[in-house]
Design a protein. Structure first.
Ligand SMILES: NC(=O)c1ccc[n+]([C@@H]2O[C@H](COP(=O)([O-])OP(=O)(O)OC[C@H]3O[C@@H](n4cnc5c(N)ncnc54)[C@H](OP(=O)(O)O)[C@@H]3O)[C@@H](O)[C@H]2O)c1
Length: 365
């Protein structure tokens, strides 16, 4: 029998998680086998369990954010060594290897999808979208970065799933959006926190955000220049923003994207502005020319994102080591993979604020 590992398995659509056993996969060409030290939780994980979307084959293993140690190198990988500490946004449901396709992205099918998931002890990663963890960061802090950062950067810089701005890491860029205002709804969320940090790199000013008052200091630490209580109405927020800037708001990034935040974002947006969403739109675009709505999609292996994500993943180690991008605050869950079950429940109930939950798969009993 091939070597086995423990995994948090969802046996059937909308079923209940259980600890199971799976084979440890072998890396193919261009891939790494990583021993996961830390896996971070994301809202998509409880949504898949509850709603049953994205995943088509069961039993399924979920989770996208990993930090761990390279155990084995696939053919052709020459930029990593066994023992390297790495982080990755595996986004297991949309893989470059899959054949089935939809109009926007290739959706992965079959058990091999599970080989790329985070909620287990070993995973495969694509070396092009894997970065080394600098010595200044722990596995836990590194695991808070991948999906949140990709969602922020595809939303801002993606030509297909984003506003198409010039990325600040390209030669001609840096401060490209100088002195333009941006509003980021939900600055204490993981996606919001990385959007604030990228907005700072792009040169936006002012960087206006909303969160609970208890997270004001946190969002300012990420780089927000102006903070407002998330409970203000659209009208109140608009009035408050008009006292800060008289420039039109050309970009609103709604990291939360509930119907109520979307209508606030829509109200704030200038006539030719873009509202970037993380969830499907509930606001309707203006007829003809006018305000645009874009739903972002952070799978780094979606063909529309591959070029952008491989260029950004090439600078992640540098960003982290220089402190250009700060990882999220985190809380470590008890009981290895089993702890993920309660963690996802807390996220669903809105009980996690300004914090990423992480689990240690190797501590599973
Ligand atoms: N499209 C994609 O590819 C993609 C990728 C990743 C995530 N997403 C989606 O993006 C959303 C955010 O994900 P995440 O991981 O960033 O979430 P998260 O970190 O779990 O979000 C928790 C935060 O949301 C904030 N929040 C909740 N309601 C708010 C409101 N009405 N106004 C302002 N802030 C509010 C809370 O702020 P306070 O505690 O300060 O109140 C809390 O800190 C989720 O729906 C997720 O499914 C989509």
């Amino acid at each position: 029998m091939s070597p086995q590992q423990k995994a948090l398995v969802l046996p059937k659509k909308q079923g209940n998680f259980e600890i199971g056993s799976r084979s440890i996969p072998s890396p193919g060409a261009g891939q790494l086998l990583v021993k996961i030290q830390s896996a971070a939780l994301n809202p998509v994980d409880y949504k898949i369990k509850d709603i049953g979307f994205f995943v088509t084959d069961y039993p399924a293993v979920l989770g996208t954010d990993i930090a761990g140690i390279v155990e084995e190198l696939g053919e052709g990988v020459d930029n990593f060594r066994k023992g390297d500490r790495v982080l990755d946004n595996s986004f297991p449901w949309v893989r470059p290897e899959c054949i089935g396709s939809t109009s926007v992205y290739r959706l992965a099918h079959g058990d091999f999808t599970n080989d790329f998931a985070a909620f287990q002890q070993y995973t495969l990663t694509d070396a092009r979208c894997t970065a080394k963890i600098p010595s200044s960061e722990s596995f836990d802090s590194a695991a808070t970065v991948p999906l949140g950062l990709d969602t922020a950067l595809v939303g801002l810089y993606g030509n297909h799933f984003g506003a198409g701005l010039t990325p600040p890491w390209t030669k001609s860029a840096g401060g490209h959006e100088s002195k333009k205002p941006i509003v980021i709804l939900g600055g204490s969320s993981s996606v919001g926190s990385y959007t604030i940090q990228l907005a700072r790199l792009s040169g936006f000013y002012p960087i206006i955000t909303t969160a609970s008052p208890s997270n004001e200091e946190l969002v300012r630490k990420y780089g927000a220049t102006h903070f407002f209580d998330r409970n203000l109405s659209g009208e109140e927020l608009k009035a408050a923003i008009s006292k800060i800037t008289d420039s039109p708001i050309g970009i609103v990034y709604d990291a939360i994207s509930l119907p109520e935040t979307q209508s606030i974002g829509w109200e704030l947006l200038a006539n030719d502005g873009t509202l970037v969403l993380t969830l499907p739109a509930s606001v309707k675009e203006d007829e003809g020319k006018g305000r645009k709505v874009i739903q972002t999609f952070a799978g780094p292996h979606a063909p529309q994102n591959e070029e952008l994500c491989s260029s950004s993943w090439a600078v992640v180690e540098k960003w982290l080591s220089e402190g250009t991008i700060q990882p999220n605050k985190y809380e470590v869950l008890p009981n290895g993979l089993e702890g993920i079950i309660g963690g996802l429940e807390r996220m669903k109930l809105g009980q996690v604020s300004g914090t990423k939950l992480v689990a240690h798969p190797q501590e599973t009993q």
